[in-house]
Ligand binder design. Structure first.
Ligand code: KG4
Ligand code: ZN
Length: 341
């Protein structure tokens, strides 16, 4: 099967071609610079940019994969969750293409695609479900933070999620308070590298509560109060780096502890992680160390698949179609709010 996948749920316009689990092309056009001056994604601008970029990105993916539209057997797109008007661009284009070519169409849940992205690895990136192990999966991005029990490929159950801000949102908002450039997460990660994570003490929200939920808005607020009371810190580059390291340590501590705790409780032997925040160096390092201490295998999504991309949509869609999932009817609409079950 040769499948084209489109992803436009937020601020990345992406098209990928997948054949037999292998990613033949994965073109991602990021809008980070467009939204930088606003300090966050502006939905109307994101939508217009998707409209401008989707066809060139799709053509490029087909060219890189050396595949013509007629050779496609199926077309897939992210159905949700995401920004409504942004989702509509990729979803409607994919439906129209599948309709015109008389091919199967499949709408895919964005988080379900993140969930299975750690099982796409190697060069070229190829789905590797043969080595699948039941796992606890951490999905951690700018919009979401959740823990999922994955018992088998395509069989999963949501364990818990953030009750307020996502971890990436916390990174971004704290970075903004400190005056770091957009997007805040990577900038804070860089600054934290030369900081002392023990310099200041920040809360570890919900760490000791007996559930798999998260909360990060209180941490952001405590940084705001801390800066109100210690405004002089912002004038001292090393103290700013220390502050970044301390906030990062608090976020990472909660994410790692709750993930490993859930894995032990559910007696799985594997932990996986995906989503934009999985690029964070401290998170990758601490998760690896905690998994080693607890004799858990760890599979982190490939860095190219951590942030939003169509390859993960395509790999999941192909697996679902080959597993017998019915095509999504052509009159189906996007689902901007769509909880993972
Ligand atoms: O998955 P993603 O591309 O988009 C969605 O939110 O769906 O994730 C973007 C998020 C942003 O909040 C960004 O700041 C964060 O991931 N991020 C990071 C790092 N790289 C990206 N956060 C911390 N450290 C990083 N190195
Ligand atoms: Zn995402």
């Amino acid at each position: 099967m040769t499948l084209l996948a489109l992803e436009t749920s937020c601020d990345e316009t992406s098209a990928a071609v997948v054949r037999g689990g292998r990613v033949l092309a994965n073109v991602v056009s990021s809008q980070i610079n467009l939204h930088a001056e606003y300090g966050g994604v502006v939905p109307e601008l994101a939508t217009r940019e998707h409209l401008r970029n989707l066809l060139p990105v799709t053509r490029l993916a087909l060219r890189e994969a050396n595949v013509t539209a007629r050779e496609l057997n199926a077309v897939a797109a992210t159905r949700g969750p995401g920004l409504p008007s942004a989702l509509m661009v990729g979803f409607k284009a994919a439906q129209a293409l599948a309709f015109a070519l008389r091919r199967a169409f499949l709408g895919v849940h964005h988080h379900e695609a993140h969930l299975y992205s750690p099982w796409v690895a190697g060069k070229p990136l190829t789905a590797d479900f043969e080595s699948f192990q039941p796992n606890v999966s951490l999905i951690v991005s700018g919009g979401h933070t959740m823990l999922v029990h994955v018992e088998a490929p395509l069989k999963h159950r949501l364990l818990g999620a953030t009750v307020d801000d996502a971890a990436g949102e916390c990174f971004d908002k704290v970075a903004r308070l400190i005056g770091l450039p957009y997007p805040g997460g990577p900038a804070l990660d860089r600054a934290a590298q030369q900081g002392n994570p023990d310099a200041f003490d920040f809360p570890r929200p919900m760490l000791s509560e007996p559930n798999d939920d998260f909360s990060f808005s209180g941490l952001k607020t405590s940084v705001r109060y801390f800066l109100r009371d210690h405004a002089e810190i912002l004038g001292d580059a090393q103290r700013v780096r220390d502050l970044c390291a301390c906030v990062q340590a608090a976020i990472v501590d909660v994410l790692v502890s709750k993930t490993v705790r859930a894995a032990r409780r559910l007696k799985v032997s594997c932990v996986t992680a995906s989503g934009g925040v999985t690029c964070n160096r401290a998170l990758r390092r601490e998760l690896a160390a905690a998994c080693e201490r607890n004799r858990l295998a760890l599979r982190l999504a490939d860095k190219s698949l951590c942030t939003d991309n169509a390859a993960m949509i395509g790999v999941l869609a192909e697996r679902k179609i080959l597993g017998g999932e019915a095509p999504t009817p052509f009159d189906t609409e996007i689902q901007a709010s769509w909880d993972l079950e």
